[in-house]
Ligand binder design. Structure first.
Ligand code: KG4
Ligand code: ZN
Length: 333
């Protein structure tokens, strides 16, 4: 079955063609218009999706080597995300499905991130522990099967990607700052800007706003100190954030009988997080599944991949209206 998939929940406009477990094409445009505002402007995001999606769909079809007539199903993100952006994607997808006289399948964005770790790999052994880290979410989930999710930890304040972006802003980096922070941190020395590792409590929850504030206070008090270099601040923040995430993952692995460690979402592109999670999983003698970089950030291939899994499992969906706030646990079988 060939699926044309659409992702438009935030500031990435993306269309892919996926056939079973294979991605035939993936065309994504990150909306640069938000950079000058230091964050995503919802109205502009919706309007830009409207401008970009038709061309991206055309490109995705051409690159896949198929024609629109050969597409069997249209898949699209239904939520969570920005309501205007979701509505543009959903309406575009509805129009395509109706015009081609094929079914429409709507998909949960975070569930798609979760299973993106399986793309180009063998099936993930069950049950597994999943860490979902993005600009809006930081979740620790026990996955016992498709649609069998138990959230055991989440952030009490900022998502980790959001914290990377805010600290990047303090350092004068443009939005979104995660990838640039990662690169800068690679050139820095974390020990030259010591920061606390937060949330050492017994829960599986996370907190990053205190870490961000600690960076701000230290930067303010040491403004004239020549030793304070952006690369060292980035390295210190990244180390503390990753340390605190790893502490919770290790605790969860100790408490569970997980057969694999999974990490997905935009922040799964972080080089330190990827290598530390790999080491943690090998200490527990389990495989680590992290998507390749092209599937970490928001992309339509993961939407098509999940749609395939849901179709194969014959899991239906009730209606196709947008759901801007949609917990992962509010999904029916
Ligand atoms: O999953 P995603 O593309 O969009 C959301 O659904 O939120 O995640 C975007 C987030 C942004 O906060 C971005 O700064 C962060 O992922 N990010 C990174 C890296 N690459 C992207 N954070 C840390 N290190 C990276 N290499
Ligand atoms: Zn995302």
């Amino acid at each position: 079955m060939k699926i044309l998939a659409i992702e438009s929940s935030c500031d990435e406009s993306s269309v892919a063609v996926v056939e079973n477990r294979t991605v035939l094409s993936l065309c994504t445009r990150t909306q640069e218009i938000h950079e000058k505002f230091g964050g995503v402007v919802p109205e502009l995001a919706g309007r830009t999706h409207l401008e970009l999606l038709p061309n991206l769909a055309q490109q995705a079809i051409e690159q896949s080597g198929c024609s629109f007539d050969q597409i069997n199903c249209v898949a699209v993100t239904r939520g969570p995300g920005l309501v205007g952006s979701l509505l543009v994607g959903l309406n575009f997808a509805r129009g395509l499905a109706r015009g081609l006289n094929i079914p429409l399948r709507t998909v949960h964005h975070i569930e798609a991130h979760l299973w993106s770790a399986e793309m180009d790999r063998e099936p993930i052994p069950l049950p597994f522990l999943a860490l979902i880290v993005s600009g809006g979410h930081t979740l620790l989930v026990i996955v016992r099967g498709l649609r069998q999710y138990e959230i055991i930890g989440s952030t009490l304040d900022d998502a980790v990607g959001e914290a990377f972006d805010k600290v990047g802003k303090l350092l004068g980096l443009s939005f979104p700052a995660g990838a640039a922070m990662d690169q800068l941190a690679g050139e820095g020395d974390a020990s030259l800007f010591p920061l606390p590792t937060l949330m050492k409590d017994e829960s599986f929850n996370f907190s990053f706003s205190g870490l961000k504030t600690a960076v701000l206070y230290r930067l303010n008090s040491q403004r004239n100190d020549q030793l304070v270099e952006a690369r060292n601040v980035a390295a210190a923040f990244q180390k503390s954030a990753v340390d605190s995430i790893l502490t919770k993952c290790e605790r969860a692995l100790n408490a569970l009988d997980a057969k694999a460690m999974v990490c997905a979402g935009g922040v799964a592109a972080n080089s330190l997080l990827r290598s530390r999670l790999g080491t943690l999983a090998s200490n527990f003698h389990i495989p680590c599944f992290i998507p390749s970089l092209k599937y970490c950030a928001d992309n339509a291939a993961m939407i098509g991949y999940l749609a395939t899994k849901l179709n194969v499992a014959k899991i239906g969906h009730d209606s196709d209206d947008a759901i801007p706030r949609w917990p992962l646990t509010h999904l029916s079988l």
